[in-house]
Design a protein around this ligand. Structure first.
Ligand SMILES: Nc1nc2c(c(=O)[nH]1)N[C@H]1C(S)=C(S)[C@@H](COP(=O)(O)OP(=O)(O)OC[C@H]3O[C@@H](n4cnc5c(N)ncnc54)[C@H](O)[C@@H]3O)O[C@H]1N2
Ligand code: MOO
Length: 411
C-alpha cells in the first residue's frame, strides 16, 4: 500500500496545538515565575517608596532654620537624636533642632530638607551646617515611584528579572502564573549507552535525551530525562507508564520509521490514540503525536536521528510548551539573511538547514553549518540558526535572501 500523503509542517503543528491546553494557573514562588507571563493584572498593594525617606546620610532639618547657611556664616543646630533605616524612634523634629538621619530612614514629621553630611562638620551633639539646602532636598517622597492601587503588571506581561525586583519590593512573594510543564524525555534504542559508561563495538552514546532535555529547559520547562529504553515494546511500555505520573508532556525519540525494531510505533500504534505520519520536511520526516494514559497526557514521538529530533522539538514541542505556559508568540519570529554559499534541497519537503547567522548592517548573512544529513551533530553544534528552504525550492544561489530561524533569540 502506498504511503499516505505527508502532512505539511503547518498542518502537523496545527493538529498538535489544537490538542494542547494551557495548564491551570496557581500562585507560585516569585523566583519560579521568571520568564512566565502573569495571568491577571497585578495591582500594587503598596506605594513605593511606602513612606517619605532620606536619599542621603546627613541631618534632617527644618528648611527655614538653615536657608541662609553659607561657609562664612554656618548655622549651628543641636542634634537631638539619630534615625537609622529600620530603627525609627524619632517621629518628629522641632524647629531649631537637627536629627542625624541615614539613607532610607523615614523622614520625621516637620522635616522638609536633608543636609548631606558633606555639607556639615559631621557633629554629634551639635552640628554646623555650612551650605543651605533647597526646600525638600534629598527627600524621597512616598508614592513617587509606584502608588498603591497602580496596575504594575498587565495580564500577559512576561516576568523578567526587573519585574521580579518590583514584585518583591511591593511584598509579593508568590505570583499566579501557569506552571512550567514537566516534560519526560525518553530515548529508545538497544544501541544506546549512557554518557560516561563504556561503549560496546556497536553502541553509541545517548545524546538525544540530553539534547532534548536541554532544549526543554531552555524553553522554560522542567525536564526529566529517562535512561534509554531498549527495543522491546513491553519494556518500553512499562517504562513509559512509570513516567506518566510526573509528566505534563512526554517526548520520545527513535523507533518510529520503517525498520523491524521500531519499538515506539509498535507499542503505541495499537492504543489508537497516537497518530504516526510523515511530515513534508527534512530533517524530521517521521512524526507521531497523540495522547496516552488516564490523563490523556500529550506525547510526541520524534525521529531518532539527532538533528531530526532537535529540529522537530524546536518546531513542534517548543510551541506546545509555550502554549501550556501561556507564553506568546508560540512560534519563533523569522528573520531574513543572504546565503553566503549555494545550497540544494529536496523537492516537496521543507528543508531546515543548520546555519551560522551573522547580523550585519545593510544585510545579514547566513552560512550553512555542516551538511543536510540528520546525523550531523557537529554541524548542529556550530549553528545558531535554521535556514528554511520552501517545499518548492530545489536550489538557491549565494546571495539569495532566505528566511532564517534564530535559535538563541528569545522569540
Ligand atoms: N526504509 C526507511 N528507512 C528510514 C526512513 C524511511 O523513510 N524509510 N526514514 C529515515 C528517517 S528520515 C529517519 S529520521 C529515521 C528515523 O528513524 P527512527 O525514529 O526509527 O530512529 P532509529 O532508527 O531508532 O534511529 C535513527 C538513528 O538515530 C540514532 N539515534 C537514535 N536515538 C538516539 C539517541 N538517543 N542518541 C543518539 N543517536 C540516536 C540511531 O542510532 C540511528 O542512527 O529513519 C530513517 N530510516
Ligand atoms: O527526516 Mo529524517 O528526520 O530526514 O533524517
Amino acid at each position: 500500500m502506498p504511503d499516505p500523503e505527508p502532512l505539511s509542517v503547518d498542518e502537523h503543528l496545527a493538529l498538535i496545538l489544537d490538542r494542547i491546553h494551557e495548564l491551570p494557573a496557581y500562585d507560585q514562588p516569585l523566583l519560579e515565575t521568571l520568564g512566565l507571563p502573569v495571568v491577571a493584572d497585578i495591582i500594587s498593594p503598596l506605594s513605593l517608596p511606602n513612606f517619605d525617606n532620606s536619599a542621603m546620610d546627613g541631618y534632617a532639618v527644618v528648611f527655614r532654620d538653615v536657608a541662609a547657611a553659607t561657609p562664612a556664616n554656618p548655622v549651628h543646630l543641636p542634634v537631638v537624636g539619630e534615625i537609622a533605616a529600620g530603627q525609627t524612634k524619632i517621629f518628629a523634629i522641632s524647629p531649631g533642632t537637627a536629627v542625624r538621619i541615614m539613607t532610607g530612614a523615614p523622614i520625621p514629621a516637620g522635616c522638609d530638607a536633608v543636609v548631606p553630611v558633606e555639607h556639615t562638620d559631621n557633629g554629634v551633639a551639635k552640628v554646623l551646617i555650612s551650605q543651605a539646602p533647597t526646600e525638600g532636598q534629598h527627600i524621597r517622597r512616598a508614592g513617587e515611584d509606584v502608588r498603591a492601587g497602580d496596575v504594575i503588571l498587565k495580564a500577559g506581561d512576561r516576568i523578567d528579572a526587573r519585574k521580579v525586583g518590583l514584585l518583591a519590593s511591593v511584598g509579593l512573594g508568590r505570583v499566579a502564573t501557569r506552571p512550567r510543564p514537566r516534560v519526560v524525555i525518553m530515548s529508545t534504542g538497544s544501541e544506546l549507552v549512557e554518557p560516561g559508561d563504556t561503549l560496546g563495538r556497536d553502541s553509541i552514546y545517548d545524546s538525544n535525551s540530553y539534547l532534548l532535555a536541554a532544549t526543554a529547559k531552555h524553553a522554560g520547562a522542567i525536564a526529566y530525562r529517562v535512561s534509554a529504553a531498549p527495543d522491546d515494546p513491553a519494556t518500553f511500555t512499562e517504562a513509559l507508564s512509570d513516567q506518566l505520573v510526573r509528566a505534563d508532556l512526554v517526548v520520545t525519540s527513535g523507533g518510529v520509521s520503517k525498520g523491524t525494531h521500531d519499538v515506539v510505533k509498535e507499542a503505541l500504534a495499537k492504543l489508537g490514540t497516537v497518530s504516526f505520519h510523515e511530515v513534508a520536511m527534512q530533517p524530521g520526516k517521521p512524526q507521531g503525536f497523540g495522547v496516552i494514559g488516564e490523563d490523556s497526557t500529550p506525547i510526541f514521538t520524534l525521529p531518532g536521528n539527532p538533528v531530526s529530533a532537535y529540529v522537530s522539538f524546536e518546531l513542534f514541542v517548543v510551541p506546545a510548551l509555550r502554549k501550556m505556559m501561556g507564553r506568546t508568540p508560540l512560534n519563533r519570529t523569522l528573520v531574513r539573511a543572504q546565503l553566503t554559499t549555494p545550497v540544494t534541497s529536496m523537492k516537496g519537503r521543507r528543508q531546515y538547514l543548520r546555519g551560522v547567522f551573522e547580523p550585519k548592517v545593510g544585510g545579514s548573512t547566513v552560512t550553512p553549518a555542516g551538511g543536510a544529513g540528520s546525523h550531523l551533530l557537529g554541524g548542529l553544534s556550530q549553528a545558531n540558526a535554521l535556514i528554511i528552504l520552501g517545499e518548492d525550492v530545489t536550489s538557491a544561489q549565494a546571495g539569495t535572501d532566505v528566511p532564517v530561524m534564530l535559535l538563541d533569540r528569545d522569540y
